[in-house]
Design a protein around this ligand. Structure first.
Ligand code: UD1
Ligand code: CA
Length: 479
């Protein structure tokens, strides 16, 4: 930890162009809010103290920050009178004057990385400057503050777009807004800011001209990777940066040994972890804290949120959340794993099967067309096709327990609460209302009743009757 760094994250501005009831910095990309990306970046450079400046949508933003990291000091800027004012408010919120270096970043610049901030800090310190701006060369610099340099190409000022003259407007090197500044100098310089500008605001950027006037060294750290300096003002930008973040995330995992067949249709949240030799098929979304162990194959067309997938497991065309899939297990195609699903090693949840709060043991199988809710199925048991666990009596949920190595018939209903013992069987179509002891066979339908000639008697002029007559003629009795 670098005790000499204080981070100030500006997040008081309004997000008008998002047109949202949700605060701008709480919009997400890579499964993480913009403010969370910003706070993680400053935490990872080892800032000893972080101050977040909040204002617009303050209740929402403050609560989110407190939940993300309650060590972050929150400074309230009631009225947004400019970035310089925001920094004044941040400094007032600190118990002690900051020492060393202050890092100023924004809450709405989500692709900025900790390594970029570290490089900025290193450059700032080794050059011994009062201020180091993180700058970038843009094709279209309009809207940004321009980096004004003198004939020796030394930085002399930052000119805001609205205050810039015609020649200054042509400068393509812009202020990202992120900067490193000597703490003592900052405290002094923000006290000297005035609103003498086109917007009548206190511009933080004016500290550059003050430093130059004081004869203090100033410079810019030019960032080639301009994506990292880009802010989000509307949802089109959010999507653009979200896609770029995902491109970076998929590339990262491919370099770590993950096979991604189609990175363009594969979405991976920032908190997901993948082991080498995982394979991701097209149309896969891995969200939240999903973790996939080596050799597992996910997809195509699968969405998993907070799902843990074991080594060598296969999950095909599945939607799952808050679930665990054991090593070597098979899921899908067309499975729906709801929260609390735990599938044991080498188990199976098959086609058109929905599970919820269900612990399915090692090697146990629910292969076809079933609903399993609030249930435990023991090791090696096989649940017949089309089985419904009736867990809800209309008022309460109840549990069902199937022991190990049981074999239950097709089209069963397990009316919870009920227990089927180890090694027990049930017949096809059984409605299991009472416990079945270990090793027993339970059936609930009576013996089959067959009425010979019923079709001829009751449906004489139908195709069925004709088919039956033909069968009789051919001596084909249907067996
Ligand atoms: C600012 C910079 C500009 C830079 C640009 C990069 C100044 C004067 N200008 O301009 O040089 O090129 O960012 O995007 O600094 N904020 C507050 N309180 C305020 C005002 C702003 O917290 O009173 C926060 C905003 O929420 C935002 C950030 O500061 O996160 C920047 O504010 P914004 O209004 O976008 O600044 P620009 O005018 O774009
Ligand atoms: Ca801006």
């Amino acid at each position: 930890m670098d005790t000499q760094v204080t981070a100030i994250v500006l997040a008081a501005g309004a997000g008008t162009r998002m047109k949202s009831a949700r605060a701008k910095v709480l919009h997400e990309l890579g499964g993480r809010s913009m403010i969370a990306h910003a706070l993680l970046a400053v935490r990872d450079v080892g800032a000893a103290t972080t101050v977040a400046v909040v204002g617009h949508d303050r209740e929402q933003v403050s609560a989110a920050i407190a939940e993300l990291d309650d060590s972050v000091v929150q400074a309230v800027q009631e009225e947004q009178r400019g970035t310089g004012h925001a920094v004044q408010v941040a400094l007032e919120a600190l118990d002690d004057k900051p020492a060393g270096t202050v890092l100023v970043t924004y809450g709405d610049v989500p692709l900025l990385t900790a390594s970029t901030l570290s490089a900025l800090l290193d450059d700032h310190r080794s050059a011994g400057r009062a201020v180091t701006i993180l700058s970038a060369e843009l094709e279209d610099p309009s809207g940004y503050g321009r980096i004004v340099r003198d004939a020796t190409s030394a930085v002399v000022a930052i000119r805001e777009d609205k205050d810039a003259g015609e020649t200054e407007r042509e400068i393509r090197e812009v202020n990202s807004g992120i900067l490193a500044v000597d703490a003592d100098f900052l405290v002094d310089a923000v006290g000297r800011l005035t609103t003498d500008n086109a917007q009548g605001e206190l511009y933080l950027t004016d500290i550059v001209a003050h430093a130059v006037a004081d004869g203090r060294p100033v410079g810019a750290h030019v960032l080639e990777d301009v994506w990292q300096t880009e802010g989000v003002n509307d949802r089109a930008q959010l999507a653009r940066l979200g896609r770029e973040l995902n491109r970076r995330t998929t590339e990262h995992w491919m370099r770590e040994g993950v096979t991604i067949i189609d990175p363009d249709t594969t979405w991976i949240d920032s908190a997901v972890t993948l082991a080498p030799d995982v394979t991701l098929q097209p149309g896969t979304q891995l969200l939240g804290a999903t973790a996939v162990a080596s050799g597992a194959t996910i997809g195509p067309d699968t969405t998993l949120r907070n799902v843990e997938v074991g080594e060598g497991a296969t999950v095909i065309r599945t939607h799952g959340s808050d679930a665990v899939v054991g090593a070597g297990a098979m899921v899908g195609p067309f499975s729906y794993l709801r929260p609390g699903t735990e599938l044991g090693a080498d188990g199976k949840i098959g086609t058109f099967v929905e599970t919820k709060n269900a612990q399915i043991g090692p090697g146990a199988k629910v292969p076809h067309l079933s609903y399993v809710g609030d249930a435990e199925i023991g090791e090696g048991s096989n649940i017949g096709a089309g089985t419904i666990v009736a867990n809800y009596d209309g008022v309460k949920k109840h549990r069902t327990k199937v022991g190990k190595q049981a074999r239950t018939g097709s089209n069963n209903v397990f009316v919870a609460p009920v227990e089927i013992g180890d090694g027990a069987y049930t017949g096809g179509g059984t409605v299991v209302r009472e416990d079945v002891p270990p090793g027993a066979l339970a059936t609930s339908s009576g013996p089959q009743r067959t009425m010979e000639g019923w079709v001829e008697a009751k449906r004489p002029d139908t195709p069925a009757a004709e088919a039956a007559r033909d069968a009789a003629k051919d001596g084909n009795d249907g067996e």
